[in-house]
Design a protein around this ligand. Structure first.
Ligand SMILES: [Zn+2]
Length: 375
């Protein structure tokens, strides 16, 4: 268990809040609730500060939110120029967005999983758009403020140099790194003392959005050799496998997540058992989807609209809801519960099993459940 002390109170979701955590062994970690740079219901990204001989920053926070990080560090009596090491949990802009200016001002080393270097390549964007463009509602998603910023952010980050690429179970600087792909193909959980910085892999109150296995097909040819021999890094199967690994970590470990550590005026302390709750949430979601598929073969867009509420599939949200459903259907298909039929009159160009014009039929089985147990 960690002792928790609020050093500065911010708003009810933790924006602008500073926290000091002390472990039973006396290790101290400070946390800065760095707000997102635009209106968001997510709350801040929690950026963690470890002060030793060097100052290590786990995630510098959202693209466009540098001033909040600077203010936070100043209130801790430190400055951006003191940062000697940035550890990135994964290459999404609410986590690594401030890397370029922090590195410019401090000369800090950049540490991340070796797949992060692949994430930095701007060309990825075009590969990604291929199949996504086929999904109705992708335009709305691509034109949303979040995506416009993400594209800007990717351009700015492409010049970053990954000084210290890490792999699974790498140990250095008092940190142990665990490779936990699924939400993102470069996701890391980082163990320090009895604390696991979980990035977006394990979150309280909310669940990380799974990537889709389809992305592996888009990227396979361009992936580093160690990762292109079979998909273990994209999709729900990868996410659940990674959740199981973290749930199995031994010891009295406290999880410090990148979001929702504090929400509506309250801390939400979690341990690694939260990873099992998230896994069970996805198993439940598979069961819920079978309820909708009972009605007969359906295309995935209709399935998405029938499964989620109207608000959840509004404009740019639709694409996220669609890929959430797709991640589950992919897993159920691999488990043997789903068959697909392609509409022969369709002019669309999906090449791989699932697509917007593909009808999915449920076999009436729940092989996915045993499949999940065996991961
Ligand atoms: Zn995030």
């Amino acid at each position: 268990m960690l002792e928790t002390e609020i050093l500065k109170r911010g708003d009810d979701s933790g924006n602008g809040t500073l926290v000091k955590y002390t472990s039973s062994t006396g290790a101290v970690i400070k946390a800065i609730g760095v707000p997102q740079a635009w209106r968001s219901t997510l709350g801040p990204t929690w950026c963690y500060v470890i002060e030793g001989e060097d100052l290590t920053l786990v995630d510098p926070g959202c693209y466009g939110s540098l001033t909040y990080l600077e203010q936070g560090l100043e209130r801790l009596g430190r400055s951006i120029t003191d940062v000697s090491r940035i550890v990135v949990s994964h290459g999404h802009m609410d986590h690594d967005g401030s890397c370029p200016p922090v590195i410019r001002k401090s000369g800090a080393e950049l540490w991340a999983h070796e797949m992060y270097a692949f994430m930095l390549q701007a060309e990825r964007g075009d590969l990604e758009r291929g199949w996504r463009r086929e999904v109705s509602g992708f335009k709305a998603f691509e034109n949303s403020e979040t995506m416009t910023r993400a594209i800007e952010h990717r351009e700015l980050n492409r010049d970053l140099v990954l000084n210290h690429p890490v792999t699974d179970e790498h140990q250095a600087g008092g940190l142990t790194f665990y490779y936990t792909p699924g939400h993102s193909p470069d996701e890391l959980c980082i163990l320090y003392d009895q604390v696991l910085f979980s990035g977006d892999h394990i979150l309280p109150l909310i669940t990380p959005h799974p990537s889709v296995a389809m992305s592996y097909n888009s990227y396979q040819a361009t992936l580093p050799p160690a990762y292109n021999g079979g998909n273990e890094i994209y999709g729900l199967k990868a996410l659940l496998t990674s959740l199981k690994r973290m749930a199995a970590l031994e010891g009295d470990i406290t999880v410090l997540p990148a979001h929702r550590a504090f929400h509506r005026g309250q801390f939400n302390p979690i341990g690694v058992e939260r990873a099992t709750e998230i896994l069970e949430h996805h198993r439940d979601r598979c069961y819920e989807l079978t309820e909708v598929m009972k009605k007969g073969p359906t295309d995935m867009a209709s399935l998405t609209r029938n499964y989620f509420s109207n608000r959840e599939v509004e404009s740019h949200n639709f694409f996220l809801a669609f890929t959430e459903v797709m991640a589950h259907i992919e897993l159920m298909q691999e488990a043997g519960d789903i068959s697909t039929t392609v509409d022969p009159t369709s002019a669309r160009t999906w090449t791989n099993g699932l697509g917007p014009d593909v009808l999915v039929s449920w076999a009436g089985t729940d092989l996915f459940s045993a499949f999940i147990d065996q991961l």
